[in-house]
Design a protein. Structure first.
Length: 168
């Protein structure tokens, strides 16, 4: 089989990096900069409204990035000379890539919980915010913050696994 042209490989690397920077950058900006500042400046229910508004913009971008990462990652893996099977751990590269994929699955799970559980709960609460229970508001804030921090930590570990794979 003839290897793909260099431009195709370069394009997939570029798209993969772009999706990585976009997704992880939004997680970092949101969890480290934006939400801590918002929690100090806003009342809890207004903070939830801001999370909701922000997630309306971020969720489609994040899910697009995840899809792009999957597609470009599979292509990159298939053309890599170190690749010797999907669950192989025969080399440092394959072990690092396997760890990266496992961590990526955990990130997708955390994102799914945000998208289909926490954010809808926030939206339901905001529909009736005059009767919102302060304790429930704070619980949802903490859950959203926890999921963001989990994804932040996982993204750092994924970048570390990538560095180990690249070092081979």
């Amino acid at each position: 089989m003839t290897p793909p042209p260099t431009w195709a490989i370069a394009l997939t690397f570029w798209l993969h990096l772009l999706a990585t920077v976009t997704w992880i950058g939004s997680i970092v900006a949101t969890s480290i900069l934006f939400l801590p500042a918002a929690s100090k400046a806003l009342k809890p229910v207004d903070h939830l409204a801001l999370i909701d508004a922000m997630q309306k913009r971020l969720e489609p971008i994040a899910w697009f990035c995840m899809s792009l990462l999957l597609l470009t990652g599979l292509f990159q893996m298939s053309v890599n000379p170190h690749y010797d099977g999907f669950i192989s751990v025969s080399t440092q590269w394959s072990f690092a890539i396997l760890i990266k994929h496992i961590l990526g699955i955990f990130m997708v799970v955390a994102s799914a919980i945000q998208t289909w559980e926490v954010i809808p709960a926030i939206r339901r609460l905001l529909l009736n915010k005059k009767n919102a229970d302060e304790e429930q508001v704070i619980r949802l804030q903490k859950r959203e913050t926890l999921l963001l921090r989990v994804n932040f930590g996982l993204s750092v570990l994924i970048l570390l696994a990538t560095a180990f794979a690249r070092a081979t």
